[in-house]
Design a protein around this ligand. Structure first.
Ligand code: GLC
Ligand code: CA
Length: 559
């Protein structure tokens, strides 16, 4: 398979609202990002993924777009955007944007037109249905609670919204809507951006058949369950690729919950000409009960290893993996899969070792490289995320659940865990803003911040720098074939990568206890010939046959 920049590169995701505020209004902005390009350069990342910066009323923090061709006032202007792109390019960093084309904001002019009358030329840009006996057209639920259908009085019909009611779903059956979206995509690519992360992309498959039938399940099951991954999504993606994307040297990554490795190849096998890679969700679902994210349960390392192996094996030489353990929708990975107390430094490095030694493109979410943790605000009034606020309302006010239990679930799972401001230094508001931040800073910023991390040679930040450099130096990290090692039983996770006569061995101890090193009896392992490439303990601290708490080691043979 051809190796390109998006396979070799490391992506860094920026959530603009929380990254850096340049003008003291408490909200991160484009000039703030520009001021931190040297920081990104120092870390060594190759590609920045920017969460949405388009004009938006911010019902869902920019994932509800009211104008695709302009920048949200709070973030800056199109001129700032051009400047950001040029500054990144000068630093040798590429830029991909979030492309939200499953839905728009209800404040987008298309929707304002569409809802004005049934005969309006924009009516069919969205999905409209008659109600049934005073009820919505089907019992589908929205992703953020409530029905997926919203009644529109003016025209006495309901419109479909898989997410909030301020995010009406676009109708991809409409030729006109498709053409306008392709033009918009082209407009951005002509500005010189380097690709897209396609938001909720597998939900666009609302073909005529499903809209006719409207199949129902249990009341308020998420509408996406019935809609996602239907064949139509592939037709659209191929058309988008053929008409626009294929004309540029850009990368695409699709957000696709509910996809198996086999299904994923329908999206990312190169001969299909759809996307370069997708985000799968199987690891993100490990700690939820009954598919409900707020019902938490402990995650199992055995399952984690099984899923990882399934994706590594399933896509080898056929597609390409994206590697992530957190983003703007997920809790912080060190709090979720590591230990954010005593072993924060070690476990954050262990998880980083995993992400940067599997096959695929690693994605770093802002602050991950500092080992930023989940936050636990005391009251719901300190939270900002629509998903969290709606869930609180539903669980406490409608279902009468105990506030304490609900707050515990929010502390574990809220998307705001990832969205507290970036912790730059130990000064007021973590150096994120001189004003009043739009959401509180995690109180642990006095200890956990970029300034401390950059000045400490043993820091998580400096460990990420090393991992990123190794990727540049050793093609085996990009190319090597993965094999799972059975004899590294949990709490250990062991695997090898093999490429052109060379072998890399990765050993991870996912435990706060010391654990014996197994006899490397399988494969051809003989630790004597393996040279240590990187570890999160120093040579002096390391013991030959014992792995310390959250110890991670990577060995490599000479060719
Ligand atoms: C995606 C985004 C999420 C957003 C949703 C609706 O899942 O990552 O942040 O709320 O789509 O656009
Ligand atoms: Ca600002």
């Amino acid at each position: 398979m051809e190796t390109t920049w998006w396979k070799q590169g490391v992506v860094y995701q920026i959530y603009p609202r929380s990254f850096m505020d340049s003008n003291g209004d408490g909200i991160g902005d484009l000039q703030g990002i520009i001021s931190k390009v040297p920081y990104l350069k120092e870390l060594g990342v190759d590609i920045v993924w920017l969460s949405p910066v388009y004009e938006s009323p911010n019902d869902d923090n920019g994932y509800d777009i009211s104008n695709y061709r302009d920048i949200m006032k709070e973030f800056g202007t199109l001129a700032d955007m051009d400047e950001l792109l040029a500054t990144l390019h000068n630093a040798g960093i590429k830029l991909i944007m979030d492309l939200v084309i499953n839905h728009t904001s209800d404040e987008h002019p298309w929707f304002i037109e569409a809802r004005s009358s049934k005969n309006n030329p924009y009516r069919d840009y969205y999905i409209w249905k008659k109600g049934k006996d005073g009820l919505p057209p089907s019992n589908w639920g929205g992703c953020f609670g409530g029905s997926a259908w919203e009644y529109d009085e003016a025209t006495d019909e309901y419109y479909l919204h898989l997410f909030s009611k301020k995010q009406p779903d676009l109708n991809w059956n409409s030729e006109n809507a498709r053409a306008e979206i392709y033009n918009m995509v082209k407009w951005w690519l002509d500005k010189g951006i380097d690709g897209f992360r396609l938001d909720a992309i597998n939900s666009i498959s609302k073909d005529m058949e499903i809209l006719e039938k409207l199949p129902e399940g249990e009341p308020s099951v998420w509408a996406g369950t019935f809609i996602n991954n239907r064949p139509m999504v592939h037709e659209v993606l191929r058309e988008l690729n053929e008409k626009v994307i294929s004309k540029y040297d850009v990368m695409t990554v699709g957000e696709t919950p509910g996809v198996s490795p086999k299904d994923s190849l329908l999206y990312c096998a190169p001969e299909r000409k759809e996307l370069n890679m997708i985000f799968q969700f199987e690891l993100m679902d490990l700690d939820s009960e009954d598919g409900c994210k707020w019902k938490t349960k402990p995650w199992s390392l055995d399952k984690f290893k099984e899923i990882t192996t399934k994706w590594q094996d399933g896509l080898y030489n056929k597609g390409w993996n994206s590697l992530y353990l957190n983003n703007h929708d997920q809790p912080r990975m060190v709090s979720r899969f590591g230990n954010d107390k005593q072993y924060r430094n070690k476990s954050a490095k262990l998880l980083a070792t995993l992400l940067h030694t599997l096959q695929g493109t690693p994605y770093i979410y802002q602050g991950e490289e500092l080992g930023m943790t989940n936050v636990a605000f005391e009251t719901i009034s300190e939270y900002r995320d629509i998903d969290t606020l709606n869930a609180y309302n539903e669980m406490v006010n409608e279902k009468g659940m105990a506030v304490e239990d609900v707050m515990n679930a929010i502390h574990t799972k809220s998307r705001d865990n990832a969205r507290t401001p970036m912790q730059w230094d130990g000064s007021k508001n973590a150096g994120f803003t001189v004003g009043m931040p739009w959401m509180g800073v995690n109180p642990n910023y006095t200890e956990i911040n970029a300034h401390n991390e950059m000045s400490n040679p043993d820091s998580i930040f400096n460990y990420y720098k090393k991992l990123i450099k190794l990727r540049k130096k050793y093609p085996i990290i990009v190319e090597g074939k993965y094999s799972f090692l059975e004899n590294y039983a949990s709490p250990l996770f062991g695997y090898i990568r093999e490429y052109s006569g060379q072998t890399m061995l990765v050993i991870l101890n996912f435990s706060q206890n010391s654990t014996n090193m197994p006899e490397p009896e399988t494969k051809t392992l003989n630790t004597e010939e393996y040279k240590l490439l990187i570890s999160n303990y120093s040579q002096e601290e390391m013991q030959k046959d014992i792995l310390k708490p959250y110890e991670a080691r990577v060995y490599i043979t000479s060719k």
